[in-house]
Design a protein around this ligand. Sequence first.
Ligand SMILES: Nc1ncnc2c1ncn2[C@@H]1O[C@H](COP(=O)(O)OP(=O)(O)OP(=O)(O)O)[C@@H](O)[C@H]1O
Ligand SMILES: [Mg+2]
Length: 365
Amino acid sequence: MANLNLTDVGKAYGGTVEVLKNIDLDIETGELIVFVGPSGCGKSTLLRMIAGLEKITAGELLIDGQRMNDVPPAQRGIAMVFQSYALYPHMTVRDNMAFALKLAKKTPAEIDEAVSRAAKVLQLDDYLDRLPKALSGGQRQRVAIGRSIVRDPKVYLFDEPLSNLDASLRVATRIEIAQLKESMPNSTMIYVTHDQVEAMTLASRIVVLANKGIAQVGTPLELYERPENEFVAQFIGSPAMNLLPGEIVEPGTVTQIRLDAGSGTIAANISTQDSDRGMKVNVGIRPEDMIATEADTYAFAGKVEIVEALGEVTQLYFEKAAADAAAVIGKLQGIHAGVRGTHMKMTVDPAKVHLFANGRSLLYR
Ligand SMILES: Nc1ncnc2c1ncn2[C@@H]1O[C@H](COP(=O)(O)OP(=O)(O)OP(=O)(O)O)[C@@H](O)[C@H]1O
Ligand SMILES: [Mg+2]
């Protein structure tokens, strides 16, 4: 049970290599915050600074209002679960989970109680006397989580805890983590992942890190529906949002835009002013919002070069306009046989259009 406040937090390794700066973030008790961002953007660094495993070189970290910058890790009330769950191989599940409590000189009764409670939450009751080598990857990961639960920490930190698991186990363990969080509504969790689905399904809010800072913080659907900038727009959602260059030709409460690769104008339910007429914009259209059309007015037209038929959806990759351009992608519901090599026209619902100028969303001016 804890809230965290990060104010102007920064990190420079060795005093010179700056990897994070100006991080301002308030986390409420009971939240499950997910950090996402490209590899090397500083997610683990930020988590390790909160845990006290890495020095905070600028700014301030408060937990429940108390400054933590110089408090040793063991006294922060934090438990961290890593990607590689280093269980003690010669100890049973029970002893692995009890280890930290023994070190903390808890009584055998207290240890028993804490271990049983954690085992119950994680459905490990039947495995308490086994050695780690006799467990599946998912069960081992649960033991690693169990080791943190027994300590009843104020804050849980997870650094890609599921990335070593195979696809089906990941899904199962993801759902277990969601249930675990539900069973501990007052626990505060911070969770790092590269997995879009984990981020979208687990997070109360997602923090997108990029370029040493926070690109946007919001609920999963806020980031999906109202990304503040092109980076977040393309980072959240898969395949990434298409960005199509165009120009505002008719401002208003509904804005008309002419697209370089389109014909006629398309509408966006985004309000613009007279002074925006002629503005160069990037029109953001998610692949799943692309609609095939036969009309004379369309947002994009091109030759379908690659077709990925996934059954539930069909992903169309259009021929690139230039070698270094990103392929425009459409994601259509259902099966579409025989579209490869054909020329298709695409349009979009005005409510689904995103508009960016100089990388920033026009919704946030
Ligand atoms: N001990 C260190 N000394 C110097 N630079 C470091 C150190 N640890 C990490 N870095 C650098 O800091 C940056 C952020 O690393 P970090 O591990 O936090 O990234 P990440 O977002 O967790 O990446 P990934 O998604 O690949 O795990 C990287 O450029 C990394 O090379
Ligand atoms: Mg990392």
